[in-house]
Design a binder for this molecule. Structure first.
Ligand SMILES: Cc1cc2nc3c(=O)[nH]c(=O)nc-3n(C[C@H](O)[C@H](O)[C@H](O)COP(=O)(O)OP(=O)(O)OC[C@H]3O[C@@H](n4cnc5c(N)ncnc54)[C@H](O)[C@@H]3O)c2cc1C
Length: 404
């Protein structure tokens, strides 16, 4: 038996023995607590058990080195683990910006002390991270950011405001871009990438309520926050390089989360999620197909695009596991995946018809109300992680080599 085959067998046996029953088949989005952090609650106690056993094994971050809490698996073995988890319908034990954004960035740019300090806590789900990039006057033109960091001995004193900070109210630490040299010749040159403990009394967070009725966003204010210089990642003034590398991870993650993964089929159904939904609302023809031929065509087109895109992102994920750093192609994934997700929700709203017009109250099922809110949420897909227009600019310049 080959090494990979025996690893597959051992992995399956281990997962069957250690995965608590209460997480099997539960969609990741419904597993409260799987973002980790000090404020995490575990309404489903099996979720915490699942996180702990997987973290102990190093399998919350299977390809990270063992010395930092990862599993030390190579690409091929990590793929086997992912396949076995899928076959047993096991959700990821941990998700979030620690694993997908700051972790890979620290592995590449962090010093040994920073890796030892932060990576094991990320792997164990002890610390939740948020991202402090955007500011009230700096979004697409991120390099114009104004949050000021002034050196005072072994510390920086930080003042300024970040906006649209997703889940800042749930986070323990923030990775932020600050301006350490206001006189640098180019705006990109005076920026530093720094790690800030949200427990500092100078950090305050105010949630922003959204059209979808949820509030994942916050404004994050820094008032004379003292941050040790040792929390600078890479070099002082070289934060733009780190920031761009992290955005590559973020854009691939967004494409993966929204576009490539699609919507999971219903339990025990052989049809896609969209087909089942369309048949529920529009009925089926004598051949068991969606009765409305126009909607049927649109469902088929979206399912084919989702499948092709899922396979493409899978290839990128494999390359990332093998140590390839995402480059400008992450912008292509981001545009395609998010536009696909928005199309998917537009179609779902058309399928639901008047049942998609509910906000709350009787007359609408929970899943109808959820669809309406997720449709509204999907509008943010073309903005988060850099807007579609900005991604198209990057593709024009760095992928196609067009003069811009
Ligand atoms: C769901 C969601 C989550 C987010 N989470 C975070 C987070 O956790 N942390 C964080 O720091 N930020 C976060 N953001 C903020 C996000 O990064 C910014 O909203 C985004 O970069 C756009 O900036 P802006 O909103 O200031 O828009 P602007 O930059 O003001 O852009 C306005 C419009 O002008 C267009 N535009 C601007 N410049 C150009 C150009 N050069 N060429 C062509 N068109 C252009 C844009 O495409 C857009 O349509 C989040 C946003 C969303 C929607």
């Amino acid at each position: 038996m080959s090494d990979l085959e025996s690893f597959r067998r051992e992995t399956r046996e281990w997962l069957e023995a250690n995965a608590p029953k209460g997480v099997i088949g539960v969609p990741s989005a419904e597993l409260e607590g799987n973002w980790g952090g000090k404020k995490a609650t575990y309404p489903n106690p099996d979720m915490k058990v699942w996180l702990d056993v997987m973290a102990e094994k190093g399998w919350t971050a299977p390809t990270w080195p063992k010395e930092y809490g990862g599993g030390g698996l190579d690409n091929a073995h990590a793929k086997v683990l992912a396949e076995e988890m899928k076959a047993l319908r096991l959700p990821p034990p941990l998700v979030g910006f620690g694993l997908t954004m700051i972790g890979p960035t620290l592995l590449r740019f962090g010093n040994e002390e920073q890796k030892k300090e932060h990576l094991p806590k990320i792997c164990r789900g002890e610390i939740r991270w948020c991202q402090g990039y955007s500011e009230p006057g700096s979004g697409s033109d991120l390099a114009s950011l104004q949050t000021k960091a002034v050196r005072d001995g072994d510390h920086f004193i930080i003042n300024g405001t970040k906006v649209w900070t997703s889940y800042a109210d749930q986070a323990d630490w923030i990775f932020a871009l600050v301006r350490t040299d206001p006189n640098a010749p180019k705006k990109q040159e005076g920026i530093t990438f720094i790690l800030i403990d949200m427990d500092d009394p100078g950090v305050t967070v105010s949630p922003i309520l959204l059209i979808s009725g949820k509030s994942p966003f916050c404004e994050t204010h820094f008032k004379d926050v003292r941050v040790p210089v040792k929390n600078v990642v890479h070099e002082i003034g070289a934060g733009w390089t780190v920031a761009k590398a992290l955005l590559g991870h973020e854009r691939t993650m967004i494409a993966d989360a929204f576009g490539a993964s699609g919507l999971k089929p219903r339990k025990d159904s052989k049809r896609s999620f969209l087909s089942d939904l369309a048949i529920d609302y529009l009925g089926e023809d004598a051949d068991g197909r969606i009765a409305d031929p126009v909607i049927r065509d649109e469902v088929a087109a979206i399912e084919m695009d989702s499948r092709a895109f899922g396979l493409t992102v899978q290839r990128a994920r494999d390359a990332a596991r093998a140590g390839h750093q995402p480059g400008s192609e992450s912008s292509m994934f981001k545009v395609y995946g998010t536009e696909l997700n928005m199309k998917r929700y537009e179609l779902m709203v058309r399928i639901l018809g008047p049942q998609a017009l509910g906000w709350e109250g009787p007359g609408f099922s929970e899943s109808e109300l959820d669809t309406t809110r997720e449709w509204l949420r999907s509008r943010g897909n073309s903005i988060e992680g850099g807007t579609s227009e900005i991604q198209l600019n990057i593709i024009a310049k760095h992928v196609l080599g067009l003069p811009v």
